[in-house]
Design a protein. Structure first.
Length: 133
């Protein structure tokens, strides 16, 4: 099995998997915001609402499919104990995207920001090379 860092191609594919996964979450949230904005359940069934929110959701699912394909490629070359923790970087991207995308418009908070910093620190620690190697 190749070790991480030997192939920049697989680093790119891992990054692609993480980014697509985060995009999937944001797009599906946008679709659900669109549906939830309707005042009653009967309005959800109109073609216009389903089409508009459905485009967001289907786009999100498509991103998930692409993410899964990229992830399988990563698994073919990286140790799972190193690759899997990297997926937590999608939490960071989702938080940033949810705050910066006006349509979603979530608020930034000190507690969440500190949590995101801890996630990032954890990824760094997991990927540090052991001393003596």
């Amino acid at each position: 099995m190749n070790t991480p860092g030997k192939s920049s191609k697989f680093v790119f594919i891992l990054a692609l998997s993480i980014i697509l996964s985060a995009c999937a979450q944001l797009l599906m949230k946008a679709g659900m915001i669109e549906l939830a904005a309707r005042p009653n359940d009967a309005e959800w069934l109109t073609g216009d609402v389903l089409l508009h929110s459905g485009i967001w959701v289907v786009s999100g699912l498509t991103c998930y499919a692409g993410s899964m394909i990229a992830w399988l490629l990563v698994l073919s070359r990286w140790p799972l104990s190193l690759a899997y923790p990297m997926l937590s970087l999608s939490y960071v991207l989702v938080y940033i995207g949810a705050v910066l995308w006006p349509f979603i418009g979530e608020s930034i908070s000190l507690t969440r920001s500190c949590g995101i910093l801890l996630v990032m620190a954890g990824v760094v620690l997991i990927n540090l090379k052991p001393s003596g190697n």
